[in-house]
Design a protein around this ligand. Structure first.
Ligand code: GLA
Length: 389
């Protein structure tokens, strides 16, 4: 079957709640056992209070299993093998929809329109002041109270060559969450035959706006709920980071990491650094900072970092087109959330690495611009590659 035809079949099948297992054969979805081969499988995950169905899609390829929700594009679980071939879920999450709706600190969420903070929830664009509702002290964080991570997405599965994946799309209306412009968004999650997870973000607008999309997955390469990530080693190709003020808004400075706990140019233990007293780690209760990647903005995803868990041997490398990387070491996890496997998540039990433009760019003329205008599509890509050593 030509790939375009096959894609159409899959799309139509998805709409009908059917998964195509091989050309010409179909069976109903609903198995909790997940995908067979590399064909995405859909199941009901739960219902919102208004009855809206939320589906969970399972993708398998190259030894990686990724489960994503139509609610918030949430990465609900991500299984990879350790050096002995034993799999574990390396992404923090919940086993039920209600917890995602009621109390998720952006676990696995697809963040928009604006990843991280905008000072006082306010920015001026082409001479017009836009006031966003604030949701993090005086600031707007991650698109506000009901950002993209709390919206229902249309999801279409695909298989293309040896790749398998999902296309998530939705239109954010003019004025949604205070942002100008109708934004048509399309995000593609792809699992490659080598088990890498690739995210392609695309958006277009009918009026000037600001956009900064990212994924807020909390990782623990030893397995979610297994303890702290203090012993994980991080190597991050960034000589500078953006220091912040008391409410975690960048001061505008690009400060050298040399001689500070922010220096990961050579692999170092996350815990040895984010537990090192420094004016900036005190403000953020650890590390919760944006790095200016040495490579800057690139047309193709380029190397940004490597995280290694010496215990399990799991290694994650990230490549991105983006100029920034937020490192957040789970500083606000406080033991009040029970995760997927029934264990409490406590401070330092995960790290987030959010490829992005810099926080508060709409108010920081010296940062790379996050303005999107009609006729010029937004396109960024981030790849997570998994291996062992
Ligand atoms: C981002 C922010 C953090 C925190 C987390 C979610 O990483 O930078 O300050 O808000 O999201 O808790």
């Amino acid at each position: 079957m030509p790939s375009t035809t096959r894609r159409t079949v899959l799309t139509a099948a998805a709409a009908a709640g059917i998964t195509v297992t091989a050309p010409g054969t179909a069976r109903a979805t609903g198995s909790r056992r997940g995908a067979t081969g590399n064909t995405p499988v859909r199941e009901l995950f739960g219902r919102l209070a208004d009855g809206t169905a939320v589906h969970r899609w399972t993708l398998r390829n190259g030894g990686t299993t990724l489960r994503a929700l139509s609610y918030g594009g949430v990465i609900q679980s991500l299984e990879t093998a350790d050096r002995h071939g034993r799999t574990a879920d390396v992404a923090l999450g919940f086993d039920n929809l209600d917890d995602y709706v009621a109390k998720s600190p952006y676990f696995g969420g697809l963040i928009g329109r604006y990843g991280n903070r905008i000072a006082d929830g306010r920015f001026t664009l082409d001479g017009t002041l836009h006031q966003l509702p604030v949701n993090d002290g005086p600031n707007s964080l991650h698109g506000g109270d009901r950002g993209f991570d709390k919206r229902i997405w249309d999801v279409e599965p695909f298989t293309r060559g040896a790749d398998t994946g999902l296309v998530l799309s939705r239109t954010s209306s003019d004025g949604e969450a205070g942002y100008p412009g109708t934004l048509a968004v399309r995000v593609t999650y792809t699992l490659t035959p080598r088990g890498a997870w690739r995210i392609d973000y695309e958006a277009t607008t009918d009026r000037a706006t600001v956009v900064n999309l990212t994924s807020h997955t909390y990782f623990n390469l030893a397995g979610e709920g297994s303890g702290t990530v203090d012993g994980h080693l991080l190597e991050l190709a960034a000589a500078r980071y953006t220091p912040v003020g008391a409410t975690l808004i960048p001061t505008g400075e690009l400060a050298p990491v040399a001689g500070t706990p922010f220096d990961f140019r050579r692999a170092r233990g996350i815990g040895t650094q984010d537990r090192t007293p420094h004016e900036q780690t005190v403000i953020a209760k650890g590390i919760d900072h944006n790095y200016a990647l040495d490579k800057g903005i690139t047309a193709r995803p380029e190397y940004a970092l490597t995280v290694t868990d010496p215990g399990s041997g799991r290694v994650m490398k990230m490549y991105t087109t983006e100029p920034g990387m937020q490192l957040y070491t789970g500083n606000f996890l406080d033991g009040t959330l029970t995760g997927t496997s029934g264990r409490l998540y406590r401070q330092g039990d995960a790290f987030c690495l959010e490829a992005q433009h810099f926080p508060d760019s709409p108010n920081q003329p010296s940062f790379p611009s996050t303005v999107l205008r009609p006729g010029r599509p937004y396109r960024t890509t981030t790849v997570h590659a998994f291996s062992t050593r």
